[in-house]
Design a binder for this molecule. Structure first.
Ligand code: C5P
Length: 291
């Protein structure tokens, strides 16, 4: 097989509960990850020499600073392959958004190359490679909601949540990004958020699995909002606005800057976007997608 196209989805964190800083500098956490129907596109083609990466987004490097390049390099090295590969990345998911775009691109590259080269790597080997590329990368090797533990790289796939059946996500990226290391470093100033108690994930999971919105609505939580909403208070205003206008939940995803709301339907989400634009302007990146 010479040419392969793959969609690279995004995610939101329905919960991100940080449980303290570890000796290795990473943070222990429990998180509930949910795929969302926004996609970057990747095209893989055998040929040429080495790794040739192109991208429609000029702000992204196309050398070894790009996670797609690093994923391809790691894959080819494990296989001792000196085959050439051309990869084109079409970015549609905003950068530094908390939507896992780059992590998803890395995982999709591992899956794509494994497919092109005859599936030499099994699931566990792919997971090991993925975890070395970034904490969020292993989640994107599969396409289900999942519970993430450790530094986020230990993934337990879950069935779709009954509570989210038929619902939609409204996503708002405010036009500025938040760097993940910044968010984690600044968590140090918020000891309660830094040292969360375990158990929140199980509570939210139980409510989502039971389809119990009364129980679920108080359980959406993201420790990284402490530094992010202090620096960017507009993100708190977005959430208040969505909750006041009928959203079932509103939260920052990952290390931000995207705010997501859970709404009853795509039309309800689109109506809410129109209200949002009237209040906050139309400059943000916005998407409404079915769960
Ligand atoms: O794993 P990843 O490369 O995506 O992490 C980016 C940065 O985010 C890390 O260098 C670290 O500063 C922070 N991080 C963390 N604890 C985690 C995940 C990420 O401190 N569990």
């Amino acid at each position: 097989m010479g040419l392969l196209h793959k969609n690279s989805p995004g995610k939101v964190n329905l919960l991100l509960n940080i449980l303290g800083k570890r000796p290795d500098g990473f943070h222990e956490l429990e998180t509930i990850l949910q795929p969302v129907n926004v996609f970057d596109k990747l095209r893989f083609e055998r040929g040429g020499k080495g790794i040739q990466l192109t991208c429609n987004e000029p702000a992204l490097p196309v050398d070894s600073n790009n996670l797609v390049y690093r994923a391809a390099d790691a894959f080819l090295k494990t296989q001792h392959l000196d085959a050439g590969i051309r990869i084109h990345l079409e970015k549609r998911i905003p950068l530094a958004a908390g939507l896992g775009g780059g992590s998803g691109n890395a995982a999709t590259t591992l899956l794509g190359l494994n497919e092109i080269f005859g599936s030499p790597l099994t699931g566990p080997a792919l997971s090991t490679l993925a975890a070395a590329l970034g904490s969020d990368v292993p989640f994107f090797l599969q396409h289900q909601p999942a519970l993430g533990t450790g530094r986020g790289e230990k993934i337990q796939p879950l069935n779709n949540f009954p509570a989210l059946q038929g619902k939609s996500f409204l996503l708002i990226h405010p036009g500025f990004g938040i760097a993940t290391p910044w968010a984690y470093q600044n968590l140090a100033r918020f000891p309660e958020a830094l040292n969360g108690r375990p158990g929140r994930a199980q509570r939210l999971l139980a409510a989502l699995q039971a389809g119990d919105w009364r129980a679920a609505s108080g359980e959406f939580y993201n420790s990284l909002e402490a530094p992010a909403l202090e620096k960017y208070p507009v993100l708190a205003l977005y959430q208040e606005f969505f909750r006041a206008h009928g959203a079932l939940a509103a939260l920052m995803s990952g290390s931000g800057s995207t705010t997501f709301a859970i709404v009853e339907s795509v039309p309800a989400g689109e109506a809410l976007v129109e209200k949002f634009k009237t209040k906050f302007g139309a400059n943000a990146w916005m998407a409404v997608v079915p769960v």
